[in-house]
Design a binder for this molecule. Structure first.
Ligand code: UD1
Ligand code: CA
Length: 461
């Protein structure tokens, strides 16, 4: 049986932020969410989160998607005063009465841990029947971390906090990652008796490790997983590491990236082979891009599904669906809840909102369509605008198959235009129209032959 305690009660003073440290976002998800996700391979019996600083905010933040799906299995335990990591773990004592098994303790600020690494820690712990097993790594720059001193067999002699280290001890690059697996009954022999005799006058969980036998270190090969986030610099470094991981994965899976350093991709995005991503393109959230697409340069695609062989050039696409073989951009904004049918051209300086285009539509130049539903093979002339908002409510516009709106048409909603309709350029359309007709809604042009401007005689003439 495994129970988990995540330490998330600290403010994170070094972040210099009003937001609790564990709620800072790393590539679209908070540090805490990421730590929770790294537990997915071990399916623990209990998940306890120790909260304190802005406890309510931390709870509420997890209630938002996508973390909400794990929430029913999470217990929040309050640490009223933050007296150190050992004190934080003491808070679970009343909640684990009668528990027999292992307690996995994780700092809430280690967001890059791989699920496999945690599994490896548990396996080593159980195999060697240790009292405690911890993750360690050799860091190029170990400054700020607790140093772990071991014998040749990875048996821990001592962990010393950076600030409590002698100059000689600081030379040790082997660090404590803040991830521990304790045999709960062994831990209970020492946990209630921790002392705060150190530089910070805090109760350290590392002191419990120092008092237990046998305590073993498991070295993690990729030291980057161990990065603890204490300040904004480390947050930025973590983002870089995450980006490198995500991009290598997709390049190995057949995605081309031109100038990868200028591209950002959330780890929630799904890509298919033979997608080409050009510079300055950003893919976020719940986005899926199918084979043969060419994205960018200069595009942002968020929470959207893009079909095969679509191009998106200098455009913003959010919460939308684009079907196969369509061309988006340059300078298109699919604002939200847009569905573009197959084989469409949505072009230069066009904004669409809550709008559905059937297949093979052209909306090629300078248009705004909001709350509109278009049939197939519709041609939307340059500068066509749906006047969908009367100042109080939004109204829908419907346009039938093969209809063509003339340049500079204004479609005043609510409006229902049939199939095979022609709208004359410059029309302001306010009334519904049946299939097969021509709508002209503009003032007639007048030509006055021989007309001249009346000139007034100047005063001194
Ligand atoms: C801790 C370890 C250090 C290790 C490093 C790894 C101790 C004493 N030191 O140091 O050996 O190398 O993590 O990243 O444990 N927290 C609480 N309540 C408290 C204090 C802290 O919940 O009273 C939480 C924080 O919110 C944070 C985590 O515990 O998520 C770690 O605290 P932090 O202050 O960042 O510890 P470090 O100084 O980094
Ligand atoms: Ca830390």
């Amino acid at each position: 049986m495994v129970a988990v305690a995540i330490l998330a009660a600290g403010r994170g003073t070094r972040m210099k932020s009003n937001l609790p440290k564990v709620l800072h976002s790393l590539g679209g998800r908070s540090l805490l969410e990421r730590v929770l996700e790294s537990l997915q391979t071990i399916s623990p019996q209990r998940r306890m989160i120790i909260v304190g600083y802005q406890a309510q905010e931390v709870k509420t933040a997890l209630q938002e998607k996508p973390a909400a799906r794990i929430l029913p299995t999470v217990e929040f335990i309050e640490q009223q005063k933050q007296l150190g990591t050992g004190h934080a773990v003491q808070q679970v004592i009343p909640h684990l009465a009668g528990f027999t098994g292992d307690l996995l303790v994780l700092n809430g600020d280690v967001p890059l841990l791989r699920p496999e690494t945690i599994k490896q820690l548990l396996q080593a712990h159980q195999e060697h029947q240790n009292a405690v097993t911890i993750l360690t790594a050799q860091l190029p720059n170990p400054q700020g971390y607790g140093r772990v001193f071991c014998n040749g067999q990875n048996i821990i002699k001592e962990i010393v906090e950076d600030r409590d280290c002698t100059t000689a001890q600081k030379q040790n690059r082997r660090i404590n990652a803040g991830v521990y697996c304790f045999n709960w009954s062994k831990l209970m022999e020492v946990l209630p008796h921790l002392q705060a005799n150190n530089d910070q006058k805090e109760y350290y969980i590392t002191d419990a490790v120092n008092q237990l036998e046998q305590a073993m270190a498991v070295d993690v090969e990729d030291y980057q997983e161990m990065l603890g986030i204490n300040d904004r610099q480390q947050l930025a470094t973590a983002y870089e590491i995450l980006q490198r991981r995500v991009k290598s994965k997709w390049m190995a899976a057949g995605v081309t990236m031109i100038d990868p350093d200028s591209i950002t991709i959330d780890d929630t995005v799904i890509l298919h082979p033979d997608v080409i991503i050009e510079p300055q393109t950003h893919l976020r959230g719940n986005t899926e891009i199918n084979s043969g697409c060419r994205l960018g340069p200069g595009s942002l695609i968020e929470n959207s599904h893009i079909g095969e062989n679509v191009t998106v050039l200098y455009s913003v696409v959010r919460n939308s669906i684009v079907h196969a073989n369509s061309q988006i951009g340059p300078y298109t904004h699919l604002r939200t809840e847009v569905e573009v049918g197959a084989g469409c051209r949505v072009g230069n300086f066009v904004e669409l909102k809550k709008t559905k285009l059937g297949s093979h539509n052209n909306v090629a130049h300078l248009s705004y369509l909001g709350d509109a539903t278009l049939g197939e093979k519709v041609n939307v002339g340059a500068g066509t605008i749906t006047a969908n908002y009367d100042g109080v409510n939004k109204h829908p516009t419907k346009i039938g198959d093969r209809t063509k709106t003339g340049a500079n048409s204004i479609l005043v909603a609510p409006l229902n235009i049939g199939n095979d309709v022609y709208i004359a350029a410059g029309s302001t359309v306010t009334q519904d129209a049946p299939d097969d007709c021509l709508i002209i809604g503009r003032s007639r042009q007048v030509i006055k032959r021989g007309w001249r401007m009346k000139t007034k005689p100047k005063d001194n003439e």
